[in-house]
Design a protein around this ligand. Structure first.
Ligand SMILES: *Cc1c(COP(=O)(O)O)cnc(C)c1O
Length: 366
C-alpha cells in the first residue's frame, strides 16, 4: 500500500493512562483527572431523564439532526440552515480541512494552539501550514494577517485559546475580520465560549451576518459536560454550511447525542452555575501562582497553563504518582508548564496541596 507520505510524519493521538491503570500502577485508591478540560460537575441532571426514555437503538440516527437543529437554532437566534453538526467539533475541524485544504492552498494558525488544525491540514496535504507564534499567550493577529495571501483557504482562530486560555478581544477580532480576504474562511473555535466572562467578549454569532467568511465552532463537550456523546456544531451563513455538508458523514451524530444536547441547552442554570464556579476555581489557582511567584496566563476557559520553570513532564509525574492527572505542557508547546483543568473546590484544594509539596520538594533539592 502507498499511504499518503504525510501520514508517516504523524503519530496517533496518545491517550493518557486510564484511571484504572494509574490506580494499579501506583497503588492509589482515588484518582482525580484534571487533564482534558472535562466538566467536574458532570452534566445537567435533566439530561439523565431523557436517557431513561431512550430507545430505537436499531435505527439509524436522524442524519439531519432535525430536533436539536431547530432547538439550537432557536436558542442561538439563527436559521436552522446556518448550523452543521459534528461528532464533536473535532469532526467539523476535519470537515473544513477536507473541504478546503489541498496542495494548492495554504492555511494559517497560531502556535501553540489546538493541535487538530495542523494535524488535519497535514493529512489533507495543505500546500503550506503557516504557524504564527503567540505573543504572551495571545494570537498575533497582525502577523497572522501578514501571513495570509491569495492562496490561503483557511485561517484558524481559537478563542479562548487552548492551551493558554487567553481570548481575542472584540476590537482586534473585528479589525482582523475586516482585513481578511473574503476567499479565506475564518474558523473561530469557541469550545470554551460559555466559560468566558470578559467584558469585551462578543456574541460571535452576530458577526456571522456581517462577515460571510466566518464560521464559529462550539461544542457540548465542555461546559455542557457531554464529551462522551460527541456533539459539536458550526454556525455560519447558509452558503458556507451548504458547501461543507458533502464533507459530513451521513449519520455523524448519534441519536443519544442529539437527544442529550437538545435537553442540555434547556438547562442554562447549570451552565451559569458552572461558569460561576469555574471563576472561583480559577481564583484558587491565581492565588497559588501569585503566592509562589509562578507565571500563568489569565484564563477565560476552564483550565490554566502554569509555568513551573521545570520540565512539565516532571511536574506531571509528581502529581500522577499522588493521584492527580494533569496535562504536561511538553506535548502542548510549553515544555516547562502544565495545563490543569479547573475542578471542584475540593479537587482544586487537593491538587494545590500536592503542588505546594512539590514546590518545597524541589526547593529542598536545590
Ligand atoms: C475540546 C476542544 C475541541 C473539541 O471538542 P469536541 O469534543 O470534539 O467537541 C475543539 N477545540 C478546542 C480548542 C478544544 O479545546
Amino acid at each position: 500500500m502507498r499511504w499518503k507520505e504525510q501520514l508517516l510524519t504523524l503519530t496517533p493521538y496518545q491517550p493518557g493512562k486510564t484511571i484504572g491503570e494509574v490506580k494499579r500502577q501506583y497503588g492509589l485508591k482515588e484518582i482525580t483527572k484534571l487533564a482534558s478540560n472535562e466538566n467536574p460537575f458532570g452534566c445537567s441532571k435533566k439530561v439523565k431523564e431523557v436517557l431513561m426514555n431512550a430507545g430505537d437503538f436499531e435505527k439509524y440516527p436522524d442524519g439531519y439532526a432535525t430536533d436539536i437543529r431547530s432547538d439550537l437554532a432557536e436558542f442561538l437566534h439563527v436559521n436552522p440552515n446556518q448550523l452543521i453538526f459534528g461528532c464533536g467539533s473535532d469532526e467539523i475541524i476535519s470537515m473544513i480541512s477536507r473541504a478546503l485544504l489541498d496542495p494548492k492552498y495554504n492555511t494559517v494558525m497560531a502556535s501553540p494552539t489546538f493541535s487538530q488544525y495542523k494535524h488535519n491540514a497535514i493529512i489533507d496535504g495543505a500546500g503550506e501550514i503557516r504557524e504564527i507564534p503567540l505573543i504572551n499567550g495571545e494570537h498575533d493577529l497582525d502577523k497572522m494577517l501578514d501571513a495570509i495571501d491569495d492562496r490561503t483557504n483557511v485561517v484558524w482562530l481559537c478563542s479562548p485559546n487552548n492551551p493558554t486560555g487567553t481570548y481575542i478581544p472584540e476590537e482586534r477580532l473585528i479589525s482582523f475580520l475586516n482585513k481578511v480576504p473574503k476567499t479565506t474562511l475564518v474558523v473561530l473555535d469557541e469550545a470554551y465560549y460559555e466559560y468566558v466572562v470578559a467584558d469585551d467578549y462578543y456574541n460571535s454569532i452576530d458577526l456571522i451576518d456581517v462577515f460571510e467568511n466566518l464560521i464559529v465552532l462550539r461544542t457540548f463537550s465542555k461546559i455542557y459536560g457531554l464529551a462522551s456523546f460527541r456533539v459539536g456544531y458550526g454556525v455560519s451563513n447558509p452558503e458556507v454550511i451548504l458547501s461543507l455538508e458533502p464533507a459530513r458523514g451521513p449519520f455523524n451524530t448519534n441519536t443519544l447525542g442529539q437527544m442529550v444536547a437538545a435537553q442540555a441547552i434547556k438547562d442554562q442554570d447549570f451552565v451559569e452555575f458552572c461558569r460561576k464556579t469555574n471563576r472561583e476555581g480559577l481564583q484558587q489557582f491565581y492565588d497559588f501562582c501569585e503566592e509562589n511567584g509562578l507565571k500563568y496566563y489569565p484564563s477565560q476557559a476552564n483550565f490554566i497553563l502554569i509555568d513551573f520553570n521545570r520540565q512539565g513532564n516532571e511536574v506531571f509525574q509528581y502529581l500522577l504518582e499522588r493521584g492527580y492527572i494533569v496535562r504536561s505542557g511538553n506535548a502542548l508547546g510549553f515544555p516547562t508548564a502544565v495545563r490543569i483543568t479547573v475542578g471542584s473546590k475540593e479537587q482544586n484544594d487537593g491538587l494545590l496541596n500536592m503542588l505546594k509539596e512539590y514546590l518545597s520538594h524541589i526547593k529542598a533539592l536545590s
